[in-house]
Design a protein around this ligand. Structure first.
Ligand code: B1M
Length: 211
């Protein structure tokens, strides 16, 4: 077993105290926080997703794994999010209305901050009007939407429509992500781009802002 697999197992088992201690020790020993997240934590949530899909586990196991993930992310957040760079652009990000999944969105927000962008995280269950208001208030370059449920994906299109109705669609780029989302969907609903993970989201943000 590799060292990272220990953390993966702790996430899967929902051992939040052991997982946070492991994460803190890894950071103290000089491990890169993004490596800890990519190799230790995310594979844990991927496995939880597989087991849930296959009916091997139920909601309580998913919740305790998500809690373990969150306590570890709280340790990494200041390290990944901290950046002395002058803001390279402003992003308003949130999980769309009706959807409470925020682990992936939080990772993306954290990585964008780490890459030097100013990020306004609106949280989860965010109505279209809240995206519009925040884009106007913060003079955003990008509106980023996350959705994990097939039933909430249509909220992305509604939000794009709301940006058009408010006559600010031409001033912002729209980036979407989340497990049920794809490049094709982005084209279909008129978003400017899709990112499958945090690293691609950072690259896409840079491309969208400079285009
Ligand atoms: Co939910 N859930 N869940 N859940 N849950 C899924 C999504 C599901 C696929 C599980 C399954 O059945 N196999 C399924 C959806 C099925 C579907 O719609 N087709 C599902 C369901 C059905 C539900 C409920 C309806 C269950 C119920 O109540 N009966 C319910 C809905 C609640 C609601 O939202 N209204 C529900 C609830 C929950 C919990 C609360 C228990 C918990 C969420 C906790 C939380 O987020 N705070 C939860 C979890 C944890 C999951 C799974 C297991 C894991 C999601 C996750 O965190 N993945 C998930 C199964 C799965 O995805 N395989 C599942 C890890 C995360 C790092 O990945 O979020 O994909 P991800 O983010 C990635 C990329 O997608 C991308 O970058 C991230 C980092 O790499 N990305 C972006 C994400 N957003 C982006 C935005 C961008 C760019 C990239 O730009 C803006």
């Amino acid at each position: 077993m590799t060292a990272f697999e220990e953390l993966t197992d702790m996430i899967i088992d929902g051992q939040h105290t052991a997982a946070s201690e492991w994460t803190q020790t890894a950071i103290d020993e000089g491990f890169n926080p993004i490596e800890v997240m990519d190799k230790g934590m995310i594979p844990g949530m991927d496995e939880i997703g597989r087991r849930w899909k296959d009916g091997e586990i139920h909601m309580p196991e998913v919740l305790i794994a998500a809690r373990a993930m969150k306590v570890c992310m709280a340790i990494l957040q200041p390290l990944i999010g901290e950046s002395n760079a002058i803001a390279r652009g402003t992003i308003v990000i949130g999980t769309v209305k009706g959807d409470l999944h925020d682990i992936g969105k939080n990772i993306v927000a954290m990585m964008l901050e780490g890459a030097g962008y100013r990020v306004h995280d609106l949280g989860n269950d965010v109505p279209a009007e809240a995206f519009v208001n925040a884009a106007e208030e913060y003079d955003a370059d990008i509106v980023g939407m996350s959705a994990l449920l097939t039933t909430t994906v249509p909220m992305m299109e509604s939000t794009i429509q709301a940006l058009k109705d408010a006559e600010i669609r031409s001033q912002v780029k729209v980036m979407i992500g989340g497990a049920p989302v794809s490049d094709e969907l982005a084209k279909q609903i008129g978003a400017d781009g899709y990112a499958p993970d945090g690293a691609v989201a950072v690259d896409l943000t840079s491309n969208l802002i400079s285009s």
